[in-house]
Ligand binder design. Structure first.
Ligand code: HEC
Length: 224
């Protein structure tokens, strides 16, 4: 009985060898040296020099023995940045009314409150009288979408890529248009019956639009 256990333990350890060998080309080379036909080694080309790289004929750079080239659709799935001018905004539209439903359905309400003012997480709603911008003088002020964000296009980009905080990437583009509409509505920047599409996102003039300047400093004591 104890002998049987010993054998089965040895077999279990032997089974680990191909599993480890499959983890990386370096390990699979080791498996080959031991005369062990590890399953992972089958993927390594016969010309493999054994150091984890394969030199393909005519290739300037060594080719590593793992991974696959990203496909056009994989790159497209990551290539979602939107310029301030709206470049990159997807097709689609949503209404403010739908956005208020998205606000509940995607749980924005739990973290930002019923109208984006109540928290517990970041404050999203609130304008300063006259759309003043006293942030440089009063560090205690809380920034919001309505008093600080210069572009609604950035609001679309950020919301689509980062929210809901615990489940980003789970909204359709239509839902993002709608919920961006809801946030603009909360900030009195769109009416309750607005339909939001790329043109509206580009054309909505944010109160803080002209409060930022390009940082074109090239030196001096203020540059750290
Ligand atoms: C689980 C909690 C949670 C949920 C759900 C959530 N958020 Fe957030 N949200 C956060 C946190 C935390 C931050 C701050 C993130 C940071 O600073 O990196 C934030 C930041 C934001 C900001 C940027 C605020 C600013 O001025 O910097 C926006 C806009 C926003 N959320 C919109 C939404 C929308 C729209 C939804 C629903 C689709 C949503 N959030 C759902 C927690 C949440």
């Amino acid at each position: 009985m104890s002998r049987a256990n010993g054998v089965s333990r040895w077999l279990a350890m032997a089974a680990l060898v191909p599993a480890l060998a499959a983890c990386g080309p370096g390990d699979s080379a080791g498996g080959a040296e031991a005369g062990n036909a590890a399953p992972g080694a089958a993927a390594v080309a016969p010309s493999d020099p054994g150091n984890g790289t394969t030199q393909r004929a005519g290739a300037a750079e060594p080719v590593y023995g793992f991974g696959t080239p990203a496909t056009a659709s994989q790159i497209a799935a990551w290539d979602i940045d939107i310029g301030p001018d709206g470049a990159g905004l997807p097709p689609g539209q949503g209404t403010v009314a739908e956005g208020l439903e998205v606000w509940e359905r995607h749980r924005c309400v739990l973290c930002h409150g019923p109208t984006g003012r109540e928290g517990p997480n970041d404050l999203l709603t609130g304008r300063i009288p006259g759309d003043e911008f006293p942030f440089a003088n009063d560090r205690s002020l809380r920034s919001t979408v309505g008093n600080y964000w210069p572009y609604a296009t950035t609001l679309f980009d950020y919301t689509r890529r980062a929210m809901p905080f615990d489940l980003p990437g789970t909204m359709t583009d239509e839902e993002v248009y709608a919920v961006v509409g809801a946030m603009l509505y909360f900030n009195d920047l769109l009416p309750a019956d607005a339909v939001v599409d790329s043109a509206v996102v580009v054309d909505t003039r944010m109160p803080a639009r002209d409060r930022f300047v390009p940082d074109n400093r090239t030196g001096g004591p203020t540059i750290r």
